[in-house]
Design a binder for this molecule. Structure first.
Ligand SMILES: Cc1ncc(COP(=O)(O)O)c(C=O)c1O
Length: 411
C-alpha cells in the first residue's frame, strides 16, 4: 500500500489537520491506514481490535474479499451513470430489499440523514398531495432521538445539543418521551390532529442505546393506524443484520410505513435507502425528489454484495449467537465491577455498557482500551458502545471483554 506522507510524523499530520479542517470534529490522534476483518492498523503499525466498525458501518469487517472483489469489478465496469438512466446493480439491490422487507418501493440516497430526509419529504408529500390534508403536516418525534445533521433531521432530533445555534428549525415538530405511550397520546391530543407523521428509532442508538418497554412499538403502530399517521422507522443503525434480523421491526413484528437505512448497508461505501409501502410511495411522482449519487452502480453493487454475503454466510444467525456471548460477557463485567458499571443492554451486535462516574471516567476507559489495542466509543459520555463487524467471532468478543475488564479494574 502506498503511503501519502511516508516521511511525516503522525503528530505533524494531526497538527496540519487542526489547521485546515473545519472545527466540528473531536478526533483521536491516530490515522488508520489498513484493515482486515475485525482488525485495523494505524500508520505507525499499531494494531487494534475494532469494536466501533466505523460506527456500525463495516458490517462485513475490513477488506472482506467478496466485497472488495465486487467493488473492484464494478469500478472497472461502471461507477456512475446518474438517475437519468437505469443500472443493474441498483435494480438487483432494490429487488433484494423488497424481498427481505415489508417494502414495495425503494429510494437510494447516500447517508442516513439523506434517507431520513427522503422519508420526511415522502410523508409530507403523501399527506399534502394524496391525502389532501395540508393541515396535518406536523411531525411527532421523540426526546433523545437522533436522525442526522441536516436541517430537517436535526429538527426531529430530540437532543438540544445538536440543535443549539442552528435555529430556526423545521416548524411543527412535537416531542414525546420515548417508551411512554401515555405521553405520546397526550402530545397528540395537544396537537389537535395536526400531526400526520411519526418518526422514531425503534432502539435509540446515539441517545444512549435506549430500548423501549415491551409493547410500546405495537401500541404506537396501533395509534398510527387509529389516527391515520404515517409511521417512519429510522433503522439507520439498527438495520441490515445488526440485531440478528434484517431489520429490527421484525423483532417485535411491527411494520412501519417507511423505513430508512444506511450505515452497514454497503459495508463502508456511502449508501442509504428509504423503503416504503406502495400506498405511501404514491406521494412521489417524477421530479418530486432526487439525488445525483443516489443509487449509483458502485455503491449499490457494494450493497448487493453485503446483503448476499449476510444471507449466504448465514450472518443473521451468527449475529444472534455472538450477540449472546457479548451480552453474557457484558453482564459478567457489570457483576465484577459494580462500582463502575450501571447496566449492560442491547441486542445482537448492538450493545452497550453504561458506566457510573461521569464523562471523564468514560473517556479514561476509552483511552485505556485504545492503549491496549481495542477501539471503543462512548455515547452520551456514559455508554460504551459495541458495534463490531457482523463477522466478529466469539473469540474477538472475548478478547475485547478481557481488555475492558483490565481497564475497568485500573481506572
Ligand atoms: C439512527 C440514526 N439515524 C440517522 C443517522 C445519520 O446518519 P448519517 O451520519 O449517515 O447521515 C445516524 C447516525 O449515527 C443514526 O444513528
Amino acid at each position: 500500500m502506498t503511503h501519502l506522507f511516508p516521511d511525516t510524523p503522525t503528530v505533524d499530520l494531526v497538527a496540519r489537520a487542526g489547521s485546515h479542517y473545519t472545527t466540528n470534529y473531536r478526533q483521536v490522534p491516530i490515522f488508520l491506514t489498513r484493515g482486515e476483518g475485525v482488525w485495523v492498523w494505524d500508520r505507525d503499525g499499531r494494531r487494534y481490535l475494532d469494536m466501533v466498525a466505523g460506527i456500525a458501518v463495516n458490517s462485513l469487517g475490513h477488506a472482506h474479499p467478496r466485497l472488495v472483489a465486487a467493488i473492484r469489478e464494478q469500478a472497472d465496469a461502471l461507477m456512475h451513470v446518474s438517475n437519468l438512466y437505469y443500472n443493474e446493480p441498483a435494480l438487483a439491490l432494490m429487488d433484494k430489499l423488497v424481498e427481505v422487507t415489508f417494502a414495495d418501493r425503494v429510494f437510494f440516497a447516500n447517508s442516513g440523514a439523506e434517507a431520513n430526509e427522503a422519508a420526511l419529504k415522502l410523508a409530507r408529500r403523501y399527506r399534502t398531495t394524496i391525502k389532501k390534508q395540508p393541515d396535518r403536516t406536523e411531525v411527532l418525534a421523540f426526546e433523545n432521538s437522533f436522525h442526522g445533521r441536516t436541517f430537517a433531521t436535526i429538527g426531529v432530533t430530540g437532543q438540544p445539543k445538536y440543535q443549539k445555534g442552528f435555529e430556526p428549525l423545521l416548524p411543527g415538530t412535537h416531542f414525546a418521551r420515548f417508551g411512554d405511550i401515555a405521553h405520546v397520546e397526550e402530545v397528540l391530543a395537544r396537537a389537535e390532529g395536526r400531526i400526520g407523521t411519526v418518526i422514531l428509532e425503534p432502539i435509540q442508538c446515539e441517545g444512549g442505546l435506549n430500548i423501549p418497554p415491551k409493547g410500546f412499538l405495537k401500541q404506537l403502530r396501533k395509534l398510527c393506524d387509529a389516527q391515520d399517521m404515517v409511521l417512519i422507522y429510522d433503522e439507520v443503525q439498527t438495520g441490515v443484520g445488526r440485531t440478528g434480523e434484517w431489520f429490527y421491526y421484525e423483532v417485535d413484528a411491527v411494520k412501519p410505513d417507511i423505513l430508512s437505512t444506511a450505515k452497514g448497508i454497503a459495508g463502508g461505501v456511502p449508501l442509504g435507502a428509504m423503503l416504503c409501502t406502495e400506498e405511501v410511495g404514491r406521494g412521489f411522482e417524477p421530479g418530486s425528489h432526487a439525488s445525483t449519487f443516489g443509487g449509483n452502480p458502485l455503491a449499490t453493487r457494494a450493497g448487493l454484495e453485503v446483503l448476499r454475503t449476510i444471507e449466504e454466510e448465514r450472518l443473521l444467525d451468527h449475529v444472534f449467537e455472538v450477540g449472546e456471548v457479548l451480552k453474557t460477557g457484558l453482564q459478567a463485567l457489570c457483576d465484577r465491577h459494580p462500582e463502575r458499571c450501571a447496566e449492560a443492554r442491547g441486542i445482537g451486535l448492538l450493545q452497550g455498557l453504561e458506566l457510573r462516574g461521569g464523562p471523564e471516567l468514560v473517556s479514561a476507559v476509552v483511552s485505556g482500551c485504545q492503549e491496549r489495542g481495542l477501539l471503543m466509543n462512548a455515547i452520551q459520555g456514559r455508554v460504551l458502545r459495541f458495534v463490531p463487524p457482523l463477522v466478529a467471532e466469539a473469540g474477538h468478543i472475548q478478547t475485547a471483554l478481557e481488555i475492558l475488564d483490565t481497564v475497568l479494574g485500573e481506572v
